[in-house]
Design a binder for this molecule. Structure first.
Ligand code: PEP
Length: 251
């Protein structure tokens, strides 16, 4: 049995004061982490204060990005070693906004995945196709290519423990969520790709999320699907009541 994982992605939203207010509202109201992993992907500046407020709660934190070196002359970057020292368990990598606006390549994303594991954290690796690729019927081959490149040289043990988020770019922030059957089919492609690279035991363990306009009203449709183990949620994770409603639909 794969434990569900619901992760909010706040993107570049919330001041420290707003993040603390959110933490207070959710900290005692999320399900036990024995049942569901409840994760907040917060901006780097918010992580330390959130960590203080959420200590001893079942809410876990994710960074939205990190660099692949632990320290040095890399102005403006976030150190994976510093995230690990803070006690952050997850790092989101390869989000389509980072791939598009910051020109992140699969090779760089792969280096980040290795650095995250080297520091004892877990990557939430995003993959997903553009509308053009979707309409051309080339989603499966696109996803297979991304996953194969992003996982290069990772061990079976590492891949079994990680999270992969399938996020069709055309569904992110658009209100046009993918049909749950399509989400299940493509999450299945992610799983088959992992099976091809690492075998069926690893593919059975890796947790796969769907992301793209998920909200409290539709999350149950996705969670009912065999290949969907959770959701990565942007807009609907920004309000405490909506974040809690997403978790309520899952537990
Ligand atoms: C995201 O940012 O990863 C995302 C899925 O956003 P939204 O839920 O707003 O579509």
């Amino acid at each position: 049995m794969r434990k569900p994982i619901i992760a909010g992605n706040w993107k570049m939203n919330k001041t420290v004061a707003e993040a603390k207010e959110f933490a207070l509202a959710v900290k005692d109201n999320v399900p036990s982490k024995d049942v569901v992993d409840s994760v907040i992907g917060a901006p780097a500046l918010d992580l330390a204060p959130l960590n203080c407020k959420l200590k001893d709660s079942d809410v876990q934190l994710a960074a939205q990005n990190c660099y692949w070196e632990n320290a040095g002359a890399f102005t403006g970057e976030t150190s994976p070693a510093a995230l690990a020292a803070l006690g952050v368990p997850y790092v989101i990598i390869g989000h389509s906004e980072r791939r598009e606006y910051f020109h992140e390549t699969d090779e760089e994303i792969n280096k980040k995945a290795k650095a995250i594991f080297a520091n004892g954290m877990t990557p939430i690796l995003c993959c997903g196709e553009s509308l053009e690729t979707y309409e051309a019927g080339k989603t499966a081959e696109w996803i297979e290519g991304q996953i194969t490149a992003d996982l290069a040289d990772l061990s079976a043990e590492q891949v079994s423990s990680m999270v992969i988020a399938y996020e069709p770019i055309w569904a992110i922030g658009t209100g046009k969520s993918a049909d749950a059957n399509i989400a299940d089919e493509i999450c299945g492609v992610v799983r088959q790709t992992v099976a091809k690279l690492y075998g069926s035991e690893v593919a059975d363990k890796v947790r796969i999320q769907y992301g793209g306009s998920v909200k409290p009203e539709n999350i149950a449709e996705y969670m009912a699907k065999e290949n969907v183990d959770g959701a990565l949620v942007g807009g609907a994770s920004l309000q405490a009541d909506s974040f809690l409603a997403l978790l309520d639909a899952v537990k």
